[in-house]
Design a protein around this ligand. Structure first.
Ligand code: AMP
Ligand code: FES
Ligand code: ZN
Length: 312
């Protein structure tokens, strides 16, 4: 197979785009595409201060690398979750994120959940009894809280995460199976800012997971290969498998599913979903927006774990 741009040997074949590229052209193509999506969805400009949430995985580290390469002002945030899984999942991801930043002279904020909130994610999950034996719900709630807090307190304009097309298509699949209007309305490459919350963007939302793996490998980015040990058997992994089966027979199906959804939403398909928009208030403890009167879900959870405490 030959590279469509220069005719030399192609190393990445993207059936979904009917495009094969050599290493050099692929490493140029990915940041070019990312720039196109950033502009198309009006995610941010070169004047904005961006906080990239980095997990130590291929997507978020590649995203950070791409943004810096494109000349954006991007700092990182790593959240230490205290997950071990028998192979030091969190400590290894921390090491890789810190090393990535150090080698490139970039700023990385580090928030260790146990140090700041008294317990690790698995322990908070056990005490608060949320999520039926799996800490993923507690983990998601905590990550969102910490990301919002650091973005707001450190004056960032935008918070960027490394969600790729496979992640977004799996979430969309779940939301569609339940026809959850509220979630369908909010899902997309950009979530507008609200009082107490920075704008959230997903610049990699149109890249297939395997495109990001190829980018990280070809660029020589060292990342953690293992998934979170709690992800095994999750619904989102099952949805990804189902969508991959579809994609194998119909190259491009995943991208079409996601892009058609975005177009339908643009045309207003989900604006009249018939659900009452819930009012948001600032949490009385942390100030982040919440639908509940008084404390937000995160503060209520930590309150349950510790009793009366002050939560940053
Ligand atoms: P996940 O929810 O694990 O699929 O991760 C989705 C995105 O959330 C990643 O691409 C990162 O941008 C961000 N993220 C996940 N885990 C962490 C973490 N421990 N620290 C900072 N950001 C994270
Ligand atoms: Fe949070 Fe797995 S439970 S990353
Ligand atoms: Zn709160």
């Amino acid at each position: 197979m030959k590279c469509k741009k220069c005719g030399s040997k192609a190393v990445v074949n993207m059936r979904q785009h009917k495009l094969a590229l050599c290493k050099e052209d692929y490493l140029e193509w990915v940041p070019e595409q990312a720039e196109r999506f950033i502009k198309k969805y009006r995610m941010f400009s070169h004047a904005d201060k961006i906080l990239v949430a980095v997990s130590g995985g291929k997507d978020s580290l590649s995203l950070w690398e791409i943004l810096v390469r494109l000349g954006y002002q991007a700092d990182g945030l790593y959240i230490g979750l205290g997950i071990d899984g028998g192979f030091g999942y969190s400590s290894e991801s921390h090491r890789l994120a810190a090393r990535f930043a150090e080698e490139r002279g970039l700023t990385l904020h580090i928030v260790d959940v146990e140090a700041e909130y008294g317990e690790s994610i698995p322990v908070i999950s056990e005490i608060s009894q949320r999520g039926r034996g799996k800490p993923c719900a507690v983990c998601g709630l905590t990550k969102r809280h910490v990301m919002n807090r650091i973005a707001r307190d450190r004056g960032y304009d935008v918070l960027a995460t490394g969600h790729n097309l496979d992640d977004e298509a799996a979430v969309l699949f779940g939301n569609t199976l339940r026809w959850s209007g509220e979630f369908l309305r909010r899902q997309g490459p950009v979530l507008a800012e609200m009082p107490g919350m920075a704008r959230k963007v997903k610049p990699l939302c149109r890249f297939y997971e395997r495109e990001m793996t190829a980018y990280a490998l070809l660029r020589g980015i060292e990342y953690i290969y293992e998934e979170c040990p709690f992800a095994e058997g999750s619904t989102s992994i099952y949805y990804k498998e189902v969508l991959n089966k579809l994609e194998n027979n119909r190259p491009g199906a995943k991208l079409t599913f996601y892009l058609s959804f975005l177009e339908a939403r643009e045309r207003g398909l989900f604006t009249e979903a018939g659900e009452v928009r819930q009012e948001l208030h600032p949490c009385t403890n942390c100030g982040q927006p919440t639908t509940a009167p008084g404390l937000c879900s995160f503060c209520r959870m930590i309150d349950k774990v510790h009793g009366e405490i002050e939560i940053p």
